[in-house]
Design a protein around this ligand. Structure first.
Ligand code: KG4
Ligand code: ZN
Length: 334
């Protein structure tokens, strides 16, 4: 079976083509970073227009990359939420048009299930149940992925997401957009104890998160110390910021592993590309006897292959959600 997946929930226009067994035939995307960088964040209207402009060429390029004709596609999948309303509508509308033109079935996919599916692509033998930490620009969530596509949510952020914390705090430090990868790059070799940034909800005994206090703390720190001091000590401040975010992600993951009785944690979402998170999570796993999994770097941030794989896994297990193909910007897992 071959599935074509479209992803347009935020600022990546993406198309992936995946065959049974997790074989990626194509994974092409257009990143809208240049469009949004001048504004320092994603502008929903600009994102919608850029998706409209690029989606046709992105699908064409993916089909060429896969070197297949439309007859070979068995199912068209698209992200139906969560995400920005306009961008979701563009992808969904395009998917519907494609399905009608090629006379194919169509199915809507939960973007968060797509991120989890990135781990299935990387580890084809991965079977539920396992613990999952989703860390992206819009979500920070710990859940148990159970058989039959059921999810038990153990905790999620009460305010900002981890990626948002990286982006907004990085912006306060004068780094570009998106700041997440730049904070990580700047932090390399820095002193992680330099600035005393808080770890939200550290001692509440629950697997939930809060990053809004960190944002306020970084703002106050920058205001108090002044731009010159910040720029002179940027490496150490970025390292302290990365430490504050990564350490709480690792601590809460350990708590959730113990509370849930799972022996494996699969981390996914854009922030799972963070190398310090990967090494700290691996250290925690080795020390406590847990298996820690990360997707291939190319599958961490939004892409079409993860959407195609999520649909493929459901389809092959008799769980197609074709009746749910309308857009739901606030869609949740579980
Ligand atoms: O999953 P994703 O592409 O989009 C959403 O679904 O939100 O995640 C994007 C987020 C951004 O906040 C970006 O700054 C963050 O992932 N990110 C990183 C790294 N690479 C991407 N954050 C920290 N370190 C990285 N290396
Ligand atoms: Zn995402």
């Amino acid at each position: 079976m071959i599935v074509l997946g479209l992803e347009t929930s935020c600022d990546e226009t993406a198309c992936g083509i995946v065959e049974s067994g997790g074989k990626i035939l194509a994974n092409h995307l257009y990143s809208q970073i240049p469009e949004h960088a001048v504004y320092g964040g994603v502008v929903p209207e600009i994102a919608s227009r850029a998706h409209l402009e690029k989606i046709g060429i992105v699908v064409d390029t993916a089909m060429k990359e896969a070197n297949i004709s439309p007859e070979k596609i068995d199912l068209i999948a698209h992200t139906r939420g969560p995400g920005l309303m306009g961008p979701l509508l563009v992808g969904t509308g395009f998917a519907k048009g494609l399905a009608r033109k090629w006379n194919k079935p169509i199915t809507g996919v939960n973007h968060l299930e797509g991120h989890i599916a990135a781990n299935h692509l990387t580890f084809p033998d991965l079977k539920p149940p396992f613990l999952c930490l989703t860390v992206s620009g819009g979500h920070t969530e710990l859940c148990v992925a159970k058989p039959n596509f059921e999810y038990e949510i153990l905790g999620r952020t009460r305010d900002d997401a981890a990626g948002e914390a990286f982006d907004k705090c990085g912006k306060l430090l004068g780094l570009g957009y998106p700041a997440g990868p730049l904070v990580s790059k700047t932090a390399a070799g820095g002193n992680r104890d330099f600035a005393p940034f808080p770890r939200g909800l550290r001692y509440n005994g629950q697997a939930d998160f809060s990053f809004s206090g960190l944002k306020t703390a970084v703002l106050r720190y920058v205001q108090e110390k002044g731009d010159e001091f910040v720029q002179q000590n940027l490496k150490d401040i970025a390292a302290s910021l990365e430490e504050a975010i990564v350490s709480i992600l690792v601590e809460k993951s350990l708590l959730a592993l113990k509370q849930s009785g799972q022996d494996t944690i699969a981390i996914c979402g854009g922030v799972s590309a963070n190398r310090y998170l990967r090494s700290e999570m691996d250290k925690m796993g080795q020390k406590n006897g847990f298996r820690t999994l990360f997707p291939d770097f190319s599958l961490c941030t939004d892409n079409g292959a993860m959407i195609a794989e999520a649909a493929l896994l459901r389809e092959e297990n008799g769980f197609r959600v074709s009746e749910h193909k309308e857009v739901v910007p606030w869609l949740k897992l579980g």
